[in-house]
Design a protein around this ligand. Structure first.
Ligand code: NAP
Length: 287
């Protein structure tokens, strides 16, 4: 297959590049990679450019790793977030090829106390969540055969993320307050890339929405303790705090654990626990 991977310079896009080497029978087009001089830039909001690219490269499948992911900035500039997270999904879905897209736990309100299923009602409370949900609808309207993976708390050895921030702060500070009343599941972007290849390699194409994160549950506080322990940081005292003690610009979901039963059953796989995956990522970060 000829596979287009959009937004290849992000966390997930980079992990897709790494993992694609294990699937050499496909031909890949990675767009927007900054380091590679020969890489083509492809703005997914530019319908004419997307159409020309698909035709020029004979693309059979689009894996959309591009998104407007800054939750606070989206609040201030919802129009731009909507262009990338929603309108562009109409463009990608209209190309007459298969699409695998990534969405978010932010489509839910985050008020539940049990893991969210794909069929649970959505109620996004942020501009980011709203635009991502609109993107799901735009894509499915244009391409009912699309696969959408909703994920959460993504981190990687590539890009900026919570893991890297906590390592940096842990090395700089003697004390750190981290919220313990927001519960979710950290997800290693390399595992999400593996999930995407699981979909691609499946002998049968199973369209629809799926939830995918690592296994297990924790708070941001627990996550930080684990990060510091694995990074050998002992000099920083991590203190659990309430969300109301932290100056969030945008409300965060209190409980955004996703139920992954559908993905595991459909594709017959097990998913690694978040701690095992964090250890793998730390191994990479430590070189
Ligand atoms: N990060 C999380 O915690 C999280 C949680 C749940 C779901 N997700 C979803 O998971 C997916 C992957 O997230 P990620 O963390 O890998 O995101 P990321 O690191 O922010 O990467 C997104 C990439 O998309 C690119 N991009 C933005 N606008 C574009 C456009 N118009 N055309 C082409 N590329 C564009 C960005 O380039 P620039 O940097 O140059 O703008 C960036 O390289 C996204 O769909 C996101 O919504 C993420």
């Amino acid at each position: 297959m000829n596979i287009l991977i959009t937004g290849s310079n992000g966390q997930l896009g980079n992990e897709m590049r790494v993992l694609s080497k294990e699937y050499p029978r496909h031909r890949y087009c990675f767009t927007d990679v900054i380091e590679a001089a020969d890489t083509q830039v492809l703005d997914i909001t530019d319908a004419a450019a997307v159409r020309a690219f698909i035709e020029a490269h004979g693309i059979d499948l689009i894996v959309n790793c591009a998104a407007y992911t800054n939750v606070d900035k989206a609040e201030e500039d919802e129009a731009t977030a909507r262009k990338i997270n929603a309108d562009a999904l109409g463009v990608l879905g209209n190309q007459g090829v298969k699409v695998i897209h990534v969405s978010t736990d932010y489509v839910f309100a985050g008020d539940e106390h049990v893991p969210c299923r794909e069929t649970d009602p959505v109620a996004p409370r942020t501009a980011y969540g709203r635009t991502k949900y609109e993107g799901e609808k735009r894509l499915l309207a244009a391409c009912p055969e699309a696969v959408i993976l909703r994920t959460a708390w993504l981190y990687s050895s590539f890009g900026n993320n919570f893991v890297k921030t906590m390592i940096k702060l842990g090395r700089e500070k003697e004390q750190l307050g981290v919220v313990f009343d927001q519960i979710g599941t950290p997800t290693y972007a390399a595992d999400l890339a593996w999930a995407i290849f699981t979909v691609i390699e499946s002998p049968v194409w199973h369209p629809g929405i799926y939830h995918f994160t690592n296994e297990g549950v924790c708070s941001w506080y627990d996550f930080t303790i684990a990060i510091h322990e694995m990074a050998g940081i002992e000099s920083c005292h991590v203190r659990p705090i309430l969300s109301e003690e932290y100056p969030y610009k945008t409300p965060r979901p209190h409980y955004s654990v996703l139920d992954k039963s559908k993905f595991k059953k459909t594709f017959g796989v097990e998913i690694p626990h978040w701690m095992a995956s964090l250890e793998r990522c730390m191994g990479k970060l430590n070189g």
